[in-house]
Design a protein around this ligand. Structure first.
Ligand code: ADP
Ligand code: MG
Ligand code: ZN
Length: 593
């Protein structure tokens, strides 16, 4: 208890000290505001920008955690103008740096990028400026490799430091130094020496990754244990989050997706994220065939083709980019109205980042994820070799199989924030007043025990089972040797049975086990660490199920159609949303109990 009291006091102190960064009576405050307006032509700062600028200008090491599009760059670009000397910016991607340098030059700010192919005259110009107190150069962008590999550049930095001209070291996308993050760059590890080499230079790390694990790792790697953590909320109030059941065949999935795009997002820009490069090609073709102008984008395309696709999309000549996660950093289209995940992404972090490319202009936008149990094994096959791959994946599976909780609160919890459900304001499929779901909790202990019995039987007879085989055996189908006499034929629909398996996986009643073959990896199911307790009757499992889906007809509801596909009844309601005029189509899948 004492510990929690101490922790509370600490947190309180931290909040109080955060407050001091709000002030506008620092020696630089007047110049800061006047340059914001005269140079950047912006009227005011956004949340956390002022605090960050004040802290870094005071010489504090800081980590700024701010969602994509929040305006992290300005937090060092503006201070660079009011500081003596040069700000060095490390960034993982040449294209990101090019964009920023161009934007700065547009504002008549002297900024240069140095990478492996910089020409001699640029290199000379930068090197001279670095030690010249009268130089007008304000920002130098470098790749981490440049710092790691060019002794010459390091020597220059030392001279610059000795002359008191090393204003600040900025590390953009700072999560790249952690292996726990989602895009680890080995060269970023080298940045750990910078604090030792230049102890007097304030370091400013920027990221949109907020998980505690990554942040702690970053602090350790960069040798900044006492740095100030500055964060702005991750809530994106204009994004509507939704999970839809993914049809089992690709054709049906494409029809469904086309239907949604056509009804709600005609003529509007969007991104569809897929699981694999092959799938991006399939989906882009499928959508194009159905009349939605789409092109695919992935890392194996030649870079010329990639920028071509990007450019066609930015200029609205194509409507949709169908992409792998390679379509990411550096995308800055403001009017993306929808991001659809055709397949499960590999973590909450990824989902948030990828969905977050929608609605940067602040208008209502939709983030839709298609979930299907079979996609879990596809993803786990890919991520199980990563240190926290499966944990991260199960985090997003939990998000998907939740039938009632606010999607937004789940995202908040993931980023260590708490938002009231009122913060959602009906902007997720579970809070939306136009979608009414009735859920009830059921004890599924016996059903889960049956699953364990099937797995134990397989193990006892030296058979390996994949999830579909377990389901078959449960329905008394498939290989007779896998069926178990004392197990009653599953009394729930296949969808529910799949949800039960997913839940058991998340709770440790079963686990995945991976085997390599010559061409692929196969994912088998085994009893998990809590299986024994379950069979012994000392663990109870309760799950929430959707009992009936009913919709209140809102005054704006337009049409209601009912179509029968594969024996499943699908009620589709279309309603016009008042705020943005976007037609919302909540989809209900009414499954028989
Ligand atoms: P991040 O790096 O956090 O993803 P950026 O630094 O790229 O975000 O900024 C996103 C957009 O917001 C840019 O177009 C930038 O010009 C704009 N922006 C940043 N700060 C402000 C501000 N105070 N006022 C208006 N626009 C801003
Ligand atoms: Mg950025
Ligand atoms: Zn909600």
């Amino acid at each position: 208890e004492l510990e929690s009291v101490l922790q509370n006091q600490k947190a309180q102190k931290r909040q109080e000290s955060d407050k001091q960064w709000d002030n506008t009576d620092f020696s630089w405050s007047t110049e800061l505001v006047s340059k914001l307006q005269s140079v950047f032509k912006m009227t005011e700062l956004r949340p956390m920008q002022l605090q960050t600028m004040n802290a870094t200008l005071s010489g504090r090491d800081c980590l700024l955690i701010m969602p994509t599009g929040g305006g992290k760059s300005l937090c060092f670009q503006l201070p660079a103008l009011v500081s003596k000397g040069i700000t060095v910016v490390v960034s993982p991607l040449v294209s990101l740096m090019e964009d920023q340098v161009m934007a700065l030059q547009h504002f008549s700010i002297e900024a240069v990028m140095l990478n492996a192919d910089a020409d001699k005259s640029t290199v000379k110009y930068v090197q001279d400026a670095m030690t010249d107190p009268k130089a007008t150069l304000k920002l130098v962008y470098v790749t981490p490799e440049k710092l790691a590999k060019s002794k010459r550049f390091m020597n220059r930095l030392e001279k610059m430091y000795e002359k008191g001209l090393f204003a600040r070291l900025v590390i953009d996308e700072v999560h790249c130094c952690s292996q726990w993050g989602h895009d680890f760059r080995p060269d970023y590890k080298f940045l750990g020496i910078m604090k030792r080499q230049f102890p007097g230079v304030p370091l400013l790390g920027l990221t949109a990754t907020a998980t505690i694990k990554v942040l702690e790792d970053v602090k350790t790697i960069l040798n900044i244990p006492d740095c100030l953590l500055l964060r702005s909320s991750f809530n994106r109030p204009n994004l509507y989050y939704q999970v839809l059941p993914k049809p089992s065949s690709q054709e049906e999935a494409l029809n469904d997706m086309h239907d949604i795009i056509n009804r709600n997002f005609r003529q509007q820009s969007g991104i569809v994220y897929c699981f694999s490069q092959k799938e991006t090609a399939e989906v882009a073709e499928g959508l194009s065939k159905r009349g939605v102008r789409s092109m695919c984008y992935h890392a194996s395309l030649p870079s010329k083709q990639r920028s071509h696709v990007h450019q066609l999309w930015t200029s609205n000549q194509i409507q949709v980019v169908v992409a792998t996660v390679a379509f990411g950093m550096g995308i800055d289209k403001p009017d993306v109205r929808f991001v659809i995940h055709h397949s499960l992404s590999k973590s909450m972090e990824n989902l948030y980042q990828e969905s977050g490319r929608a609605g940067r202009d602040g208008s209502k936008s939709h983030c839709i994820l298609y979930y299907r149990f079979a996609d879990v094994a596809r993803q786990s096959n890919m991520v199980f070799t990563e240190r926290t791959g499966l944990d991260n994946l199960y985090g997003i599976v939990a998000y998907c199989i939740d039938v009632s909780g606010c999607r937004r609160s789940r995202i908040a919890r993931h980023f260590g924030e708490t938002w009231d459900s009122t913060d959602c304001a009906g902007m997720c499929d579970h809070c939306d007043p136009k979608i009414k779901r009735l859920c009830n909790k059921r004890d599924v202990t016996r059903l889960c025990q049956d699953v364990i019995k099937i797995l134990n039987n397989a193990a006892a007879t030296n058979q390996r089972v994949t999830a579909p085989k377990v389901l078959d055996a449960w329905y008394n189908k498939g290989a007779p040797t896998l069926r178990v006499k004392e197990v009653k034929v599953a009394s729930v629909s296949r969808d529910k049975a799949e949800r039960i398996l997913a839940h058991m996986l998340l709770e440790g009643y079963i686990r995945e086990d991976f085997h390599f073959t010559a061409y692929s990896t196969i994912c088998y199911l085994l009893p998990g660490s809590r299986a024994k307790a379950l069979l012994a009757g000392s663990a109870q499992v309760a799950m929430e199920f959707e009992s009936k889906a009913s919709a209140t007809t809102s005054p704006t509801a337009e049409t209601a159609t009912t179509s029968v596909k594969n024996g499943k009844t699908k009620d589709v309601k279309t309603a016009a949303s008042k705020e943005s005029g976007v037609r919302v189509k909540p989809v209900f899948v009414n499954k028989e109990q």
